[in-house]
Design a protein around this ligand. Structure first.
Ligand code: PLP
Length: 383
C-alpha cells in the first residue's frame, strides 16, 4: 500500500516539515497490543525516538508506558498524560536534579547503570523519606560471556554494569534502605532486524535467572529494552514491523518465573514509519559529471544519514516528468556530510518540487538542531 500524501496541503506549507501519519501510528500500536494482550508483557515507548507532544499524547492514549533518558523527557511524558506507574528512566549520567524529579514524580523504575548511581539514588530517596524502585542495567556484553566470545574493553564500556559486578550490585541494592530492587534491565542495541541477538539475550537472561535462583534472589521484572528494527528500504511494503516474530522470540526463549513480568522499551519500531521529512527543491545544479538536487532540508532536520550513513527512501512527490535522471540529493548545510542520497534515480526534478524522505519518524525531529542558525522543522499531523 502506497502512502498518499496530502499534496494540496503541502503546496501551501512552508518547508521543511515533518509529516506524521497518525492512523499508521495508531495501527502500529494496535499491532503491538494485539501481540501482548494475553502475556505478562509491558511496553514502554522510548521517548528519545520522538518526543513531539502530539505524538506523545497519541501514544499515551493507548496506555503504553514510557522509557525516559532525561528530566526533560520526564516532564514531557507527564505533560502528555503518561502515568508515572509506567515510567522507566535509563541513562548513565542521571543528575541529582533529574533523580529527584523522577522520585517526586513516583516513576516505576530507575534503570541504574552503576554502583555510584545506586548510592546517590539511595541517598536522595532517603533524604526525602522515599523508597526508590530500581532495575539494574546489565551490560549486553553478557551475551559474549555466555557464548565465550572474546570481548574487549568491557571495563570501559559506558552502559550498564558488567556481569562480573552484577552479583555484588544486586547484593548492594538489596541492602540499601531506600532502594527497592525490582529487576534486571538490558538493551542490546538498535535497528536490529534479525531475531538472533534477541534469542541470544534470552539465553543470557535465563542463565542469570538460574544463577540468582540458586542464591534465592528473585525479581519482579525483567526488562529487555528495545532495538527492534524497521525496513528503511521498503517503507510502503513493511509499514508495520513484524511484532509477532519479535514477541514470539521472547515468549519461546525466555523462561519467565512465576508472576514475573517482561518489559520492553521500543522506540524506533513504534514511530519510524509514520513520519516523513517533507522538503522543497531549492535548486537543481549540474557539475561536470553530476547533477545535484539541493533541498531546503538538511542534516539539521534529519541527521541520520550524516551521523550513521543511514539511507532513507527519497521520493519526488510532485514531478510530472515521465523521464528520470540520476542525482545526488543534498541539503543546504555547510558540511560535506550533508547528503541524503548519492546517485538517486528520480523523476527529472525541478526547482519547487516537493520531496519526501521516508521512515523519518524516529530519531528525526527529536535530533533536529539549529546549526547554521536555522529554524527547527515544522510539523503536519494527518489524522
Ligand atoms: C534508545 C533506547 C531504547 C529504544 O531503542 P529503539 O532502538 O529505538 O527501540 C530502549 N532502551 C534504552 C535504554 C535506550 O537507550
Amino acid at each position: 500500500m502506497k502512502l498518499r500524501f496530502p499534496l494540496k496541503e503541502f503546496q501551501q506549507m512552508e518547508t521543511p516539515f515533518y509529516y506524521y501519519d497518525m492512523s499508521l501510528l495508531d495501527a502500529t500500536i494496535k499491532a503491538i497490543k494485539k501481540e501482548i494482550k494475553d502475556l505478562p508483557y509491558e511496553v514502554h515507548y522510548a521517548v528519545k525516538a520522538n518526543g513531539n507532544p502530539t505524538i506523545l499524547k497519541a501514544i499515551a492514549a493507548h496506555g503504553l508506558g514510557v522509557d525516559l533518558v532525561s528530566g526533560g523527557e520526564i516532564a514531557a511524558a507527564l505533560e502528555a498524560g503518561f502515568k508515572p506507574s509506567g515510567m522507566v528512566y535509563s541513562g548513565v549520567g542521571k543528575t541529582d536534579r533529574e533523580i529527584i524529579q523522577g522520585l517526586e514524580a513516583g516513576i516505576y523504575s530507575f534503570n541504574v547503570e552503576s554502583i555510584p548511581e545506586l548510592m546517590v539514588i539511595n541517598q536522595l530517596a532517603q533524604e526525602r523519606g522515599l523508597v526508590a524502585p530500581v532495575s539494574i542495567r546489565v551490560n549486553p556484553d553478557i551475551d559474549a560471556h555466555t557464548h565465550r566470545y572474546i570481548t574487549t574493553g568491557t571495563a570501559e564500556d559506558k552502559f550498564g554494569i558488567n556481569i562480573e559486578m552484577l552479583a555484588a550490585a544486586v547484593q548492594t541494592a538489596n541492602s540499601l534502605p531506600a532502594i527497592h530492587l525490582r529487576g534486571l534491565h538490558f538493551h542490546v542495541g538498535s535497528q536490529i532486524t534479525q531475531m538472533k541477538p534477541f534469542a541470544m539475550l534470552c539465553e543470557s537472561v535465563n542463565t542469570l535467572l538460574d544463577y540468582f535462583d540458586r542464591h534465592d534472589i528473585s525479581f519482579e521484572i525483567i526488562n529487555v529494552g528495545g532495538g527492534l528494527g524497521i525496513d528503511y528500504d521498503m517503507p510502503d511494503v513493511n509499514r508495520i514491523p513484524d511484532f509477532q516474530h519479535f514477541f514470539d522470540t521472547f515468549r519461546r526463549n525466555l523462561k519467565l518465573r512465576e508472576g514475573q513480568e517482561l518489559h520492553f522499551e521500543l522506540g524506533r519500531s513504534i514511530v519510524a514509519q509514520c513520519g516523513s521529512l517533507i522538503a522543497r527543491v531549492v535548486y537543481v545544479k549540474e557539475n561536470r559529471n553530476k547533477k545535484f538536487v539541493i533541498l531546503d532540508a538538511g542534516m539539521t532536520d534529519l541527521i541520520r544519514p550524516a551521523l550513521y550513513e543511514a539511507h532513507h527512501v527519497i521520493q519526488n512527490l510532485t514531478s510530472q516528468d515521465t523521464a528520470s535522471d540520476t542525482y545526488d540529493v543534498v541539503g543546504p548545510i555547510c558540511e560535506s556530510s550533508d547528503v541524503f542520497g548519492k546517485d538517486e534515480r528520480l523523476p527529472v526534478s525541478h526547482r519547487g518540487d516537493i520531496f519526501a524522505l521516508r521512515s523519518a519518524g524516529a530519531y528525526g525531529e527529536s535530533m533536529a538542531s539549529q546549526y547554521n542558525m536555522r529554524r527547527l522543522p515544522g510539523t503536519y499531523f494527518d489524522e
